[in-house]
Design a protein around this ligand. Structure first.
Ligand SMILES: Nc1nc2c(ncn2[C@@H]2O[C@H](COP(=O)(O)OP(=O)(O)OP(=O)(O)O)[C@@H](O)[C@H]2O)c(=O)[nH]1
Ligand SMILES: [K+]
Ligand SMILES: [Mg+2]
Length: 432
């Protein structure tokens, strides 16, 4: 049997025990399965309170709210039944096993409900990616961006470009049809070139923005400086727990310590590193220092605790005067803030500064951003559009426009490979 033809079921709510459990059944036999538990089917889309009975043993299972959503206007695009039962482990297990015993019903794979929604045209790929992000969102900023994606903001933009490119294609086709006649108008060629350039410019605007992945990974802030400059102490203060070992021994930190934390709804990844020095270094510390240097390369921001102007070459270094309360403290220039986790001096100013900087590094909440996969296809589309500027041959232009359309289709999944779909939907949990 074709797997899409099978009827699937799963617990779609969180792990039991919980106050309620929601079991969803999707497919041709969903209503049949529901009817066998409750007797007769309720009216479509109307929640109704029913007694569930095991069809084999006749044993009462639970009292539950049941809803039947006929396809294709359901979340999955198929007949979909929901059973809102009590969320105890035994109740959920008993209902699931009664369903499992029915012919043609089986437990769903992770993400299978959403995959069916996609297959049945209830959701495009960009929206499904947004939904995936939404399920994994941990900070307020991630949630807002994901809601936008799942709501189809990017899909609508892509649709707009698709229809403009189609319009240009139609003009090119018309030119090709009449090309054996002599009155080919110069003007049309200009209109097509201009139209292609406009779409390319809009793609460029979107491509300039930070990638969506950055929201999931967090802004990478690497603490750097010589041994004993107070990096680990500052890390612990920023993340409000003893994540790194602190001691007066120079060379305490060797491994890279990464701590993800949200501040003001913004995701950060704070990274503590080994103190960088050249003299008196043994083998393990040297490895740690190499790791620190690798982290400097990957950083969005380096927080430099060392001597003024001595930080690694990087586009975004924030210098601070660390351990400002310490008797050995040498004040730096006026523009450099003094910070001490011990007295709290400068801590609020520093955090505010990091939050401000982070906003330029992360996608903005009110703008559409694209992930790396989507950006790859947009860059493809952009280069085909740019090729058009170099050509006056309508055959070549027609081909480039066709390539643009298929690159844009790949973003919404109208041209997607099985591998990519497996990778995306496999990340979802069972029951989603
Ligand atoms: N007075 C004072 N002492 C501090 C401050 N920050 C750190 N220290 C002390 O300085 C010493 C080194 O602190 P660490 O946080 O381990 O320094 P580090 O840069 O991580 O050192 P390595 O991991 O060895 O490179 C410890 O004894 C801390 O207690 C500060 O703000 N004020
Ligand atoms: K130390
Ligand atoms: Mg340290």
């Amino acid at each position: 049997m074709d797997s899409a033809a099978e009827t699937i079921f799963a617990l779609s709510s969180g792990q039991p025990p919980a106050a309620i459990g929601i079991i969803r059944i999707s497919g041709d036999r969903a209503f049949d399965g529901l009817a066998r538990l409750i007797g007769s089917l309720p009216e479509p889309r109307k929640p109704s309170l029913r007694r569930l009975t095991d069809p084999v043993t006749d044993e009462p299972l639970d009292q539950a709210l049941v809803i039947a959503f006929p396809g294709p206007n359901s979340a999955s695009g198929e007949d979909l039944a929901e059973i809102h039962c009590h969320g105890g482990r035994a109740v959920v297990r008993a209902i699931e096993s009664a369903l499992d015993d029915m012919d043609g019903l089986r437990r769903a794979e992770p993400g299978e409900f959403t995959r069916r929604a996609f297959t049945n045209g209830r959701m495009d790929l960009a929206e499904a990616e947004g939904l995936s992000d939404l399920l994994f969102a941990e900070t307020e900023m991630q949630r807002r961006a994901a809601v936008k994606m799942a709501g189809g903001a990017l899909s609508r933009q892509i649709e707009g470009w698709q229809s403009e490119v189609l319009r240009l294609s139609a003009m090119v086709e018309a030119e090709l049809d009449f090309s054996d006649e002599d009155d080919v108008t110069e003007g049309h060629s200009d209109t097509i070139q201009l139209g292609a350039a406009n779409v390319a410019a809009e793609l460029a605007t979107l491509l300039c923005r930070p990638r969506a992945e950055k929201l999931r990974e967090g802004v990478r802030i690497v603490l750097g400086g010589p041994p004993n400059s107070g990096k680990s102490t500052l890390l612990n203060a920023l993340v409000e727990r003893e994540a790194a070992i602190v001691s007066e021994i120079a060379g305490t930190t060797r491994d890279v310590i990464e701590v993800p934390i949200a501040i003001g709804g913004i995701p950060f990844l704070f990274i503590d590193t080994a103190g960088v020095r050249d003299q008196g270094v043994e083998e393990i510390e040297r490895i740690g220092i190499n790791r620190a240097r690798q982290q400097f390369d990957l950083a969005d921001i380096i927080l430099w605790l060392g001597p003024e102007g001595d930080g690694p070459a990087h586009r975004n270094v924030i210098e601070i005067g660390a351990r400002s309360d310490h008797p050995d403290y040498q004040p730096k220039s006026d523009s450099i803030i003094s910070v001490s986790p011990v007295t709290g001096e400068g801590m609020t100013t520093l955090v505010d500064m990091l939050v401000r900087e982070a906003k330029d590094i992360l996608p903005a909440g009110d703008e559409v951003s694209v992930n790396n996969r989507q950006a790859g296809h947009l860059m493809g589309a952009q280069s085909y559009l740019e090729n058009i500027a170099d050509h006056s041959d309508f055959l070549i232009i027609a081909e480039q426009l066709r390539l643009v359309r298929s690159a844009l289709d790949a973003i919404t999944g109208r041209a997607s490979t099985e591998d990519m779909l497996d990778a995306l939907f496999g990340k979802f949990c069972i029951g989603k």
